[in-house]
Design a protein around this ligand. Structure first.
Ligand code: NPG
Length: 368
């Protein structure tokens, strides 16, 4: 496939509802879109880096610079046979997995459109709908939390994840479990604890959580292994798992029993498939994470989550939970049984509403 031009856009969209995690609160989402064009068609990708380096080291500014100066020129330097070769073309650049993912995923969309098939087909997807869950930010009160959870449960979502941090953990978990004895419930700490907080995390063991996500720092695989040995509840890793190889290391250490896959975090679809397959070989279930993507990134996530080892509901919810309106047509809607349909048109299978994209754009650049 020959890619002739690449367009970068930095956008900002107001969130339907402010989102608070252990690392901060936000009511707008800044992100990058990447549009690759060649042979009369275009493919879209979304770079999930945020404005601030709080979830990960990458930001929209670092991604913009490395895409402009290194990644896009490398991709434009000659044809690639298949989108899985984009990773190799970019491999002289260390790190910057979120920036690479935005470009790599746009190439997959273009390739699938050129073949006239849904992206899921070329990725190896095996289902036409995916199980959907919600992620609920830290709330000002337990009443407010209950309202958010009630809404999600009555909309049909298959599981609820709540954000926790030291001092806001046992109380919301106990409150929700008493209210919802059978709810599939999990917590996500975004690396807010240390091994010294083990007893606070052990206190969660009594409440039938499906997992505790990323309790410790992203670099602390050994500490996660120690923590996992002291808990009955499964530890799930997100930030720590930047590649299939890192997952193999985590499994060898016993650092987790479940993995969250985000293509943006690991560098795109090819590395996500490698990670998905590595987890399957080790009997480790995976689920698809979310990063408050617009409909463009969300569409990529839905296609990827149709692969067979995504056996737990993901953080991929309906468009209306995030942006009104979303940037795609049709928007993603949740069914009464808590699923999202995998679009069956070519590529990501949803149309990008370009005037909404232009309206939300802060900067844009077309290369060469
Ligand atoms: O539904 O997209 C969603 C949000 C899911 O909680 C969620 N994402 O830590 O995984 C996370 C968190 C996040 C959001 C992280 C935005 C970074 C940016």
């Amino acid at each position: 496939m020959r890619i002739e031009t690449v367009e970068l856009r930095r956008l900002r969209l107001p969130l339907v509802r402010a989102f608070e995690t252990s690392f901060g609160r936000t009511d707008t989402r800044e992100f990058l879109l990447v549009r690759v064009a060649g042979e009369g068609l275009a493919g879209w990708g979304e770079c999930v880096a945020e404005q601030d380096p709080f979830y990960s080291a990458e930001t929209t500014a670092t991604a913009w610079g490395v895409l402009r100066d290194h990644l896009v020129p490398a991709l434009l330097s000659g044809p690639v046979a298949h989108p899985r070769d984009v990773w190799t073309r970019l491999s002289h650049v260390r790190g910057h997995r979120m920036a690479k993912a935005g470009l790599e995923m746009a190439a997959w969309d273009l390739f699938a459109r050129q073949q006239g098939v849904p992206l899921a087909r070329v990725l190896g997807g095996t289902r036409d709908e995916i199980a959907s869950g919600v992620s609920i930010g830290i709330q000002p009160s337990l009443d407010a939390l209950a309202t958010r959870v009630d809404e999600a449960v009555s909309a049909g979502y298959q599981r609820v994840k709540i954000k926790v941090k030291p001092g806001y953990d046992l109380a919301p978990v106990r409150y929700l479990r008493e209210r919802y004895p059978d709810l599939a419930l999990m917590v996500d700490a975004n690396a807010a604890y240390t091994l010294e907080d083990t007893s606070a995390l052990q206190a969660l063991d009594a409440w039938q959580l499906t997992m505790i996500e990323q309790p410790l720092d992203e670099e602390d695989l050994l500490h996660h292994a120690r923590l996992q040995r002291s808990l009955r509840t499964a530890v799930c890793l997100d930030e720590s798992i930047v590649s299939a190889r890192r997952a193999e290391e985590a499994f060898a250490l016993g650092a987790c029993r479940i993995v969250n896959i985000k293509p943006g975090r690991v560098g795109g679809h090819a590395e996500s498939i490698a990670l998905h397959d590595a987890c399957a070989r080790h009997g480790v279930p995976v689920w698809h994470g979310g990063m408050l993507e617009s409909g463009i990134g969300r569409a990529h996530n839905v296609h990827l989550a149709s692969l067979p080892n995504f056996s737990l509901p993901g953080d991929i919810a309906a468009s209306a939970r995030y942006y009104r309106p979303d940037l795609v047509d049709p928007e993603f809607v949740v069914s009464a049984r808590g699923t999202l349909c995998v679009p069956d048109g070519p590529g990501i299978g949803v149309a990008v509403v370009e005037d909404r994209v232009v309206h939300a754009t802060l900067d844009h650049l077309t290369l060469p």
